[in-house]
Design a protein. Structure first.
Length: 268
């Protein structure tokens, strides 16, 4: 007997709420009564009609297979947007990587380098193997084999003590929810926005907090829909030696404070 769980009712409610639609609004768009839509969302309709599956699939751009078999609420925003774009990675029940990559003659993944002058084009070509094939490529034998890597240049001083114009080697992050708070990452943003090197904290409300090591820059948030890719920091290469003088000053202040607290406690 097939005991696979069916997620349809929970998924269609999740997708409606994800788009901030009321039951009345969505029912009108789908040509349903509100009472029928409510029954579908609450699992009161034990045998939905094929038209119901197809209507939801066409409206939300999610395959019927995924509407039935996958708990969409457990997926990252990136995976949801990939499903909507037609990258049906869960159709076979296996977690197929959807990242576009290039390989060398030995069928090993290359490490592509994204030059500053290519940053604007990367936003539109990041998923296009033909575009990636034109980027400079490196083979870095010391990198662990179980990840996909890419190198991005940095600009500005927001992440000091990592020097400006450093080359950041990063690991591709498929599941954004796996990122620990304040993890340094390259974040590729959509539209006219740039990709940035920041500390990343993924919030429960589908926003992402971006903060700098350099405290003169205020943190800010972006919506998950503005983010195309996230690459977790692995290492960096620079022509400059990081300036640790500022860190020494901070440590000196902390040690002075600790000494004063110890003296106060000893005098009691």
């Amino acid at each position: 007997m097939n005991s696979q769980r069916i997620f349809f009712s929970g998924n269609i409610k999740f997708l409606r709420e994800r788009k901030n639609l009321s039951q009345e609004t969505l029912a009108e768009k789908l040509g349903l009564t509100r009472s029928k839509l409510n029954a579908l969302e609450n699992g009161h309709t034990k045998a939905p009609q094929p038209d119901d599956y197809l209507n939801y699939s066409m409206y939300f751009k999610i395959s019927v297979d995924n509407l039935l078999k996958v708990d969409l609420s457990k997926l990252s925003e990136l995976k949801l947007r990939d499903l909507e774009a037609g990258n049906d990675v869960y159709m076979t029940g296996s977690n197929i990587r959807i990242l576009a990559i290039t390989v060398d003659k030995g069928n090993k993944e290359n490490v592509e380098y994204v030059p500053v002058k290519a940053k604007a084009g990367y936003r539109s070509g990041y998923a296009d193997p033909q575009y990636l094939a034109k980027l400079p490529k490196f083979s870095m034998p010391n990198l662990p084999r179980d990840k996909t890597y890419r190198i991005f240049p940095t600009e500005g001083d927001s992440m000091l003590p990592i020097p400006e114009d450093s080359d950041i080697t990063c690991m591709f992050v498929q599941d954004w929810k796996s990122i620990k708070p304040q993890t340094p990452c390259i974040v590729v943003l959509s539209g006219e926005k740039d990709f940035v090197f920041k500390q990343v904290t993924v919030n429960d409300d589908a926003t992402i907090l971006l903060s700098s090591y350099n405290c003169i820059y205020d943190p800010y948030t972006v919506s998950a829909e503005e983010v195309l890719e996230i690459w977790e920091f692995y290492s960096f290469q620079s022509k400059e030696i990081p300036n640790i003088e500022g860190n020494d000053q901070i440590m000196k202040v902390l040690l002075d404070v600790q000494k004063q607290v110890t003296e106060l406690v000893g005098n009691k």
